[in-house]
Design a binder for this molecule. Structure first.
Ligand code: NAP
Length: 497
């Protein structure tokens, strides 16, 4: 445990804690509010408005009413709003970081990293707003001119999880603004304050009233269900669990809404026989411990070649057991609390199941006494491939090491078969010093993203997303804005001369 030196005390008084509808702070019609807690202390930070289905529909009607005027604004003006918001977030980085740490627990240094990452989506999409392209060609017989244009898809439903409270929002709001779409936005119940602060910043940056409407709720089924069945929204962009994603895809069918789904993962992390052990440990520390392991990109199954298994396990255990665990607001803390008590109970269950099936605990393996939902960095070796944590997102700081063997390409084939034995396909990681092997394994992994000798794949310039049950569509990169645009082509006969 770390002790308190000096910590910034975040203030919430200036954040709008009502719903934001048509630019106005609006209490829930029921008058209800729900508390936001600090997972490091269990203390209540503040409360926010608790919307029901009628509030949700009111917000979506506003978004729909503003759609055509917003779509008619110039790309340059939308770009400038995004760029100004990027600057404001950057200027207020410490404040954003303190709010994020207080409501979800990540250590302040990581929260500052997320502020830079999250703000960068606005800068990236400020640049994309003025580059929405078209195309012009003719039919094969030369008789018809084809002109392809892109236009905003229409009012969007945006839903985000609690684990990256700023970046998951800016990754959706940025391209929606750039494309000319209006929005209703439902942040996670556990972390509404970062999103409400973001909405305040966007207003300050000049976003017109009614373009972004923020609805906080403790009843996501009612709020989102009202939006999905209304027929007023043209698109849903969701980041969260595969379970809820499937529900939303089914709901989207009623009005044939476009869907972008960033869902769960079960990332394999492969350490080949010829990997540089220190470099591979560095990569795994990032892939495993970012956000205390609470990331869809977290390495969930660590496959290590038998010939270097002990050396790798020893080096990893030395690094993991040296980390300080505590309140993320304390400057010395490297591993913050998990987001809620349920999360600790889930990790405890997964570790107990693996141990029952023969896993060895090299470090950690027992919850840390509170206050706060603390679980220490944990290394398990000799994990049985049948253990529950091999088939479930751990969402905690537990590295599950599974040995694989064989020689040369037989080992590569064996580990690829193990890695691909999952319905998820978000990201995979591979460590080796052999370029041919890296290329083969990266090619063979059934995932949307591969980290080669690195544990970090997230970047606003890259197309983030998965295959199989990890999702549909891409966020960021050149593809991110396409998710918010419809394509139209016009055919005109070419006059023969
Ligand atoms: P979750 O339970 O699916 O929640 C995500 C969002 O959906 C929250 O805003 C939640 O609201 C809302 N929601 C819950 N039930 C709903 C319903 N019936 N209808 C509509 N919306 C509903 O996921 P989570 O536990 O917050 O986040 C962890 C999951 O997100 C993990 O599986 C992780 O892998 C995934 N994730 C994926 C990515 C990616 O880019 N692929 C990134 C980050 C996280 P409440 O907060 O009120 O429950």
């Amino acid at each position: 445990m770390t002790t308190t030196e000096s910590r910034p005390v975040p203030s919430f008084e200036h954040i709008t804690t009502d719903l934001l509808i048509d630019g106005r702070p609006t209490p829930a019609r029921s008058g209800r509010r729900f508390d936001v807690e600090n997972p490091a202390t269990g203390g209540v930070l503040t409360s926010v408005a608790d919307a029901g289905a009628d509030d949700a529909l009111a917000a979506l009607r506003v978004a729909a009413a503003h759609q055509s005027a917003w779509a008619a604004t110039s790309p340059r003006s939308r770009s400038e709003i995004l760029y100004r918001a990027y600057q404001l977030i950057t200027e207020r980085a410490d404040e954003f970081a303190a709010v994020m740490t207080a409501e979800m627990g990540k250590p302040l240094a990581e929260a500052r990293g997320e502020v830079a990452y999250g703000a960068e989506f606005f800068r990236w999409f400020a640049e994309e707003a003025v580059r929405i392209g078209g195309d012009a060609t003719t039919t094969g017989d030369g008789g018809t001119r084809i002109v392809v244009t892109r236009r905003p898809i229409g009012p969007c439903v945006l839903i985000t999880p609690w684990n990256f409270p700023l970046a998951m929002g800016t990754r959706k709001i940025g391209p929606a603004i750039a494309a000319g779409c209006t929005m209703v936005f439902k942040p996670a119940e556990l972390t509404p304050l970062t999103s409400l602060l973001l909405a305040d910043v966007l207003r300050e940056a000049g976003l017109p009233d009614g373009v972004l409407n923020v609805v906080t709720t403790s009843d996501p089924g009612a709020v989102v269900g009202a939006w999905m069945s209304s027929g007023l929204a043209r698109k849903v962009s969701f980041t969260g669990s595969t379970e809820v994603g499937k529900l939303l895809i089914a709901q989207a069918a009623e009005h044939i809404m476009r869907t972008s789904m960033e869902l769960g993962g079960n990332a394999p992390f492969i350490v080949c026989e010829d990997a540089d052990v220190d470099r591979a440990v560095d990569a795994l520390m990032v892939a495993k411990l970012r956000n205390t392991g609470q990331a869809c990109t977290a390495a969930n199954r660590v496959f290590v070649h038998r010939n270097i298994f002990d050396a790798f396990a020893d080096a990893l255990t030395a690094r993991m057991s040296a980390l300080s665990v505590g309140d993320g607001a304390d400057p010395g803390t490297e591993i913050g609390p998990l987001v809620e008590a349920k999360a600790v109970a889930k990790v405890e269950h997964l570790v107990a199941d693996a141990v029952c099936r023969g896993a060895q605990v090299r470090c950690g393996g027992r919850r840390v006494d509170g206050p706060g939902h603390l679980y220490p960095p944990t290394v398990l070796t000799d994990v049985d491939p049948g253990a529950d944590l091999v088939h479930t997102e751990i969402f905690g700081p537990v590295a599950a090491l599974i040995p694989f063997g064989g020689q040369g390409t037989a080992a590569d084939d064996e580990v690829l078969a193990l890695a691909n034995r999952t319905p998820w396909g978000l990201v995979g990681y591979v460590c080796s010093e052999n370029a041919d092997r890296l290329a083969d394994i990266a090619d063979g992994l059934e995932v949307g993203m591969v980290g080669v000798n690195t544990g970090l794949v997230s970047n606003p310039a890259a197309p983030f997303g998965g295959i199989k049950q990890s999702g549909l569509g891409r966020e960021g990169g050149r593809l991110g804005i396409e998710e918010f645009l419809d394509v139209k082509y016009t055919a005109t006969p070419v006059r023969r001369r």
